[in-house]
Structures are given as C-alpha cells and as structure tokens.
Design a protein around this ligand. Sequence first.
Ligand code: ADP
Ligand code: ASP
Ligand code: MG
Length: 405
Amino acid sequence: MARVVMKFGGTSVGDLDRIRNVARRVKSEVDAGHEVAVVVSAMAGETNKLVGFCRDLAPLHDVREYDVVVATGEQVTIGLLAMALQDLGVRARSWAGWQLPIHTDGAHSRARIVGIETAVLLQRMAGGEVAVVAGFQGMGPDGRVTTLGRGGSDTSAVALAAAIKADICDIYTDVDGVYTTDPRIVARARKLEKITYEEMLESASLGAKVLQVRSVEMAMKHGVRVQVRSSFSDATGTIICDEDEIVEKELVSGITYSRDEAKITLVNVPDRPGVAAAIFGPLTEANINVDMIVQNISRGIGATDMTFTVSRDDFGRAVKVLESRQKQLGYAELVTDPDVAKVSVVGVGMRSHAGVAQTMFGALAEKGINIQVISTSEIKVSVLIAEEYTELAVRSLHTAYRLDA
Ligand code: ADP
Ligand code: ASP
Ligand code: MG
C-alpha cells in the first residue's frame, strides 16, 4: 500500500468525458489499495477566460478580487470529479483551498504556500475516502482566497505530497513525460526516463512550462518523488530525482525557449562606478526583474551601452521608469526590441565538459542566426535571438546535441 498524490491538469479535466476518465484512473489506484489524494486544475481554457474578465473589466484591478474570480475554475472541477468518483462507487470528498486550509502568504495572484493542515485529510484518507483538492488556490493570512500564479496546481500537488509524506506525486498531463524539448515544436523530441531536480528547475525557469518552477523548487527541497505522465495512456512517465539516481547522465538534457522576453538598450550611458546601481535600482523598486545583462566596453569616450532583458509583461513599465530618469542616468538614447526570444541548453553534464557553448554558437551560426546576448551558469547556456528564429534555433540545437529521436 502506498500513499499517492495524483494531479490532473486542465486538458485532462477539459470536459465531462475526460473527468470520467480521470475518475477511472483514480479508482484503479484506490482498487490497488492505495491512499489517494487528487489535485485538479480548472477545465482547459477556464482560467484564461477568468483572467480575461478581470483584465477587460479593470486593467488595474485589485489583486484580492482577481484571486476571488480566478480561483473559481478549480472549485468547479473538484466538485465534478468528486461526483464522478461517487458515480463509480468510490467514496470521495472535495476540498477547496480555504477548507483544509492550504495556508499561503498574502502575495495575491502569486502567493506562496506556507503550510497545509492535513490531520482531517489524513484521517479520512486512512478510512478509504479519496480527497479531491483544488489546485492553484489557498488562504492568505487574512482568511481571504489567494492563488499561486499561473500553472500553480503543480505546486499545490507537490506541497500536498510533501505535507502528507506521499510516496509519489504523479503529475498527469497531455504529454507522457518530460521531453528533450517541447514536443509541440520538435516532433523528434525524445522522452527522458529521468531528469535531475536541478535540470528540471533550470528548464522550467527557462521556459519549459510542463511544470511550474515553484513545484520543482519544492520537490527538490522536500525530496518529493515526482513523475510526469500522461492522463491518456499507461506509458511510464519521467521521474524527477536526485542526480546520483541517474546512471547514464546526458551531457545536455534539453533545449528550452521563452518568448517572454523584451530587450532594452541604453545608449551612451556614462561609464563610471554606480551606473549599474542607478539603472537597476529603480527597476527593482518597481518590482521588475532584469534577466540577461551585457555592458559593452567603453571605447575611451567615457560612455558605454547597457543592454538587458525584462519579461514582456514588465516591458512597458520598465521603459516608463527609465524614460522618466533619462536626465539622472545621462544616457543618449533608449532602444527597445520586444521581438526577441531566449533559447537555452540545459544539462548537468556541462559541469565537467568543455565545448558545450561552442556547439551552440556553431549550430546557430550555421543557420545564420545572430546572437544578441549570452548568459551562462554552471548547467546552462542561454542566448537571446530574434523571435522569428525561435523554432529554427530550437530544432537546430536539438540536432546539434544529438537529441533527436
Ligand atoms: P497541464 O494543463 O496538464 O498543467 P501544461 O500545458 O501546463 O499542462 O504542460 C504540458 C505542456 O508542456 C505540454 O503540452 C507541452 O507542450 C509543454 N512542454 C514544454 N516543454 C516541454 C518539455 N520539455 N517536455 C514536455 N512538455 C513540454
Ligand atoms: N488553472 C490554473 C492555470 O491555468 C492553474 C493550473 O492549471 O495549474 O494557471
Ligand atoms: Mg500546467
């Protein structure tokens, strides 16, 4: 007997037939004698629709009320799934985030889980009842509903698995595992049997949206065993685990891309100590994250160009902040380009191998793709390119690193 958390994403609960399909899968785990908690997302498209309502009604809406609206999608699916389970003769009960409760901080629309009360849940699970828990939502310090940021049901599931010490957290989705790159873009992407927490964390933060970044952080911190697998087939999925569990390490585990980038260049900034602090300080104050940065060398004229990227959502605000400070910062011109993408190569094998970046630069050069900015860490190399070349770049790199199936 094991204790399992099963999480189903939006596509997996996209209509009533799919909810019935989920109920059958849950029933087979119950029939095998396991204690089961299920975490569900809203039906596919629902959260987008709800977010759209908020944006259309009031672009500068109160995020507390945004949470009240967007959290409703998951309330529908927990109720429907509990009914579908009961229909199959399985004892089941739904739980909204505030009912357990799942405690979060007060950062509405991107709250973090701080604790989950599990006593009642565990008691009922031990008695054979399936707990159907709403993903994506929790309760803030003031008792109001909060949400965890887009894709947050993954984090709800991993947090619940950690809290109830589940043997496994199965993330059921519309692909049958983690691939070497997004299988929707590269048909020859290969499914990985295992991937390290570190690689998955890096890939998720660089754009592989198969898991929310925070869910991987949490799994790594609490040692939760996570498997990404398909709701629509019985194929074994991909296990996310510690590095020492992987015998045959790949040099590169995957290629990721993110179109959520915008580039800003300040031309002829005075080249003196404190200038970076003067530029990035106000952006930080405005809660804008800066990602890649390059500062060009001064050519003896006491001035330099500073190029960096921000997320597209923050682009407009970032430009406003910088324009309002042109005098203090002393730059000559502000040049922007929102049509850029970041493509990255990720792998723990890079730590011990030279030449990984060179393969990337060579493959992009061969396709005539210009690299605008480069950034590296121990286990990744990222480049910024024109957005129109994203797919070409991802495919070429996939081939260059011999990842094609
Ligand atoms: P869910 O609604 O189940 O949470 P998501 O849409 O959030 O599903 O995540 C699954 C999607 O992630 C897949 O359909 C796939 O297109 C995308 N994806 C991006 N990168 C990868 C990758 N490396 N491996 C698998 N899927 C990926
Ligand atoms: N329904 C939420 C979203 O679309 C949470 C999730 O699906 O993980 O972002
Ligand atoms: Mg998701």
